[in-house]
Design a protein around this ligand. Structure first.
Ligand code: CP
Length: 310
């Protein structure tokens, strides 16, 4: 039995700002490696693929899963992390993101950043000499999509020809990355969202065929997977009341899921706002894969780090 992790082939370009940068073959290679690392971790087999390597993590927004999974993951790979809150950095006092990238490149082997504007992460990646990983921007959340794809493969097997329905806020970073990733893996993608909440047109164009409807029942009918996220993302708090009003018909609940395919799975990247985008009953029910999704952030990001930092 092969117990050592396969040698990662590495990523052309080495940054991961959006999931489409991987391409289908690299995405599958990464997911296969993530499955292998999860198996090794489960059996207690060391897999120190990145001994002595250091990851800098910059957080301009709050995080639980991203912070802990990256920090624990780099440790399990034999490396270490430096966790930086932008408010405690000179970045928070006006130092440019470009200068920050140049300087950090002299110290560390990769940079993970959680930011608001996607352009800021692109600017960091352009200036840095080490790989940059997008840990969430307003436009994309590729690391979440990797974990989601790993989870869907675990639950559904081959995803080719299966259907994913996104229900809720379509102009959402998790939606953008998820529909791109599962489209690359051959899934049919449907998005149910109200007028004015549609996914970014450029993301849809790159993601492949996506059906956008304002009817959640139409989207969920026969779907193998149903995914959602909070209605008010970080930075949108001032719009909360209006967003809740617009999105209330798009709650993922038992009644909506009655029309999904038998054996369907429900995805939620967490944190959840119970009673808004999803009910407690569904998120903690038998169709929920949310807790595996959260765990798989660890395994998928270990595979990603092994590929970009090897
Ligand atoms: N899903 C996700 O990115 O979780 P955190 O915001 O806790 O990192």
């Amino acid at each position: 039995m092969a117990m050592l992790a396969p040698t990662p082939a590495g990523l052309a370009g080495r940054d991961l700002l959006s999931v489409d940068q991987l391409g289908r073959d690299r995405l599958i290679e990464l997911l296969d490696l993530a499955d292998h690392l999860k198996m090794l971790q489960g059996r207690g087999v060391p897999h120190r693929l990145l001994p002595g390597r250091t990851l800098a993590m910059i957080f301009q927004k709050a995080s639980t899963r991203t912070r802990v999974s990256f920090e624990v993951g780099i440790g399990q790979l034999g490396g270490s992390a430096v966790v930086l809150s932008s408010s405690e950095m000179q970045l928070g006092r006006g130092e440019s993101i470009e200068d920050t990238g140049i300087v950090l490149s002299r110290y560390v082997d990769a940079i993970m950043i959680r930011a608001g504007a996607h352009a800021e992460v692109e600017a960091l990646a352009a200036a840095a000499c080490v790989p940059v990983i997008n840990g969430l921007t307003d436009l994309h959340h590729p690391c979440q999509a990797l974990a989601d794809a790993q989870t869907l493969r675990e639950r559904l097997g081959d995803l080719d020809g299966r259907t994913l329905a996104w229900v809720g806020d379509g102009c959402n970073n998790v939606c953008h990355s998820l529909i791109t990733a599962v489209g690359m893996l051959g899934m049919e993608v449907r998005v149910a969202t109200p007028l004015g909440f549609e996914p970014d047109p450029a993301v849809v164009a790159a993601a492949g065929p996506v059906t956008v409807t304002d009817d959640p029942l139409e989207a969920v009918a026969g779907a193998d997977a149903v995914a959602t996220d909070v209605w008010t993302s970080m930075g949108q708090e001032a719009e909360r009341d209006q967003r809740v009003s617009n999105l209330t018909p798009y709650q993922v609940n038992r009644e909506l899921l009655a029309s999904a395919a038998p054996g369907h799975v429900v995805l939620h990247c967490l944190p959840a706002h119970y009673g808004e985008e999803i009910t407690h009953e569904v998120l903690h029910g038998p169709s929920s894969a949310a807790w595996d999704e959260a765990e798989n952030r660890l395994h998928a990001q270990k595979a990603l780090m092994a590929m970009v930092m090897a």
